[in-house]
Design a protein around this ligand. Structure first.
Ligand code: BTN
Length: 336
């Protein structure tokens, strides 16, 4: 751990309490100047550490900067021991960088998390808007042992893990009474707006048709960006929290959410073949009982959604009464 990380840890453990420079210096066996320098540089990174003559330094509540220490504080020990987390202030795209690392032979459960992406990517070659300080941009390196045809299970599992994390941390026990919904195949909606997208990328070993790696990349709009979302996405995109000044909600919110999301991904992945997440996936599927059309279908034939299969296919009824299972890799649907 660097001096900066050590100072951050101590201030974090003593939130809202002043610690003198001498106290911190003694705990860490460093000079008071080194403490002062570490605090200065942390504040430049966006932390909110107050310094008062004679009293020392304190970390205020309401800080919500993504950091390894912040995540570790909330992460279950067995999971913390099994994963390797790297946090970035900014990055091109957590998926792009993790794909490179995967190709270089990195271990399973390397997780990259960023405060900001400068080249965030979405499905169908779209860009993913990833401003600083408001979202969670996270990618997981997995090396599943199953056939590539099963890879949709990773995306489905991730969608449920995100939806449950949001419900547990933000909705349950609060005055917010709506829970998240999943729009087939892997968009998370909250109060009618898309608050999370998932892009899973994989490499296949052509000798055995097994996956070499799968990288589910998750982008969550936690807080509304200042000035709102850009025009191109403002009708569809939403954030979980509109009031960014609410300190009680904000306190380390994103670190808490990241830790819970990692735990859920980890637990579901251990028993992936049991597909225990499919029950929640079906319950939360917002298209069931609705009428949709296939995006590329010029006739826009109305299709009634009857349900979702255990393989995450959408069960639809055509106008003539025939049934069909739609696969997400092949089609995209829109609500009528
Ligand atoms: C979509 O809605 O089209 C999928 C969006 C996926 C965004 C996440 S953010 C973390 C990871 N890195 C990326 O560049 N994309 C994914």
């Amino acid at each position: 751990m660097s001096v900066k990380e050590d100072v951050l840890r101590i201030l974090n453990e003593n939130k809202e309490t002043y610690l003198s420079g001498a106290q911190i210096a003694e705990k860490l066996q460093i000079s008071r100047t080194a403490v002062w320098k570490a605090v200065k540089s942390l504040n430049e990174e966006g932390y909110n550490i107050l310094g008062m003559n004679k009293r020392g330094y304190k970390m205020s509540m309401g800080d919500d900067i993504i950091s390894n220490e912040g995540i570790d504080k909330f992460l279950r020990k067995d999971v913390a021991d099994a994963v390797q987390i790297e946090t970035f202030k900014n990055i091109s795209s957590t998926n792009t960088v993790l794909k490179q690392r995967a190709a270089e032979g990195e271990r399973e459960w390397l997780i990259l998390v960023a405060e900001e992406q400068t080249a965030g990517r979405g499905r169908m070659n779209r860009k993913f808007y990833s401003p600083s300080g408001t979202g969670i941009y996270i990618s997981f390196l997995l090396r599943p042992k199953f056939l590539a045809s099963e890879s949709l299970m990773i995306t489905t599992m991730a969608a449920v893990a995100v939806a449950e994390t949001i419900d547990e941390i933000l909705v349950q026990g609060s005055s917010l009474n709506q829970t998240t919904q999943i729009k087939w195949v892997n968009d998370i909606f909250y109060k009618g707006k898309k608050v999370c997208g998932i892009l899973t990328e994989a490499a296949i070993n052509v000798e055995n048709y097994k996956l070499d790696y799968a990288i589910p990349g998750i982008g969550i709009n936690v807080k509304a960006p200042e000035g709102g979302f850009p025009d191109e996405i403002k009708d569809i995109a939403g954030a979980l929290i509109d009031d960014c000044d609410d300190k009680s909600v904000n306190d380390e919110l994103r670190n808490r959410m990241i830790a819970r999301l990692i735990e859920k991904m980890y637990d579901y992945y251990q028993n992936l073949e049991q597909k225990s997440f499919m029950k929640t996936y079906k319950e939360k599927s917002m298209l069931i009982g609705k009428t949709v059309y296939i995006l590329d279908d010029e006739t826009k034939e109305p299709l009634y959604v009857e349900g979702v299969t255990d393989r995450a296919e959408l069960i639809v009824r055509h106008e003539d009464g025939t049934m069909e299972n739609l696969q997400s890799g092949e089609v995209s649907v829109r609500l009528f």
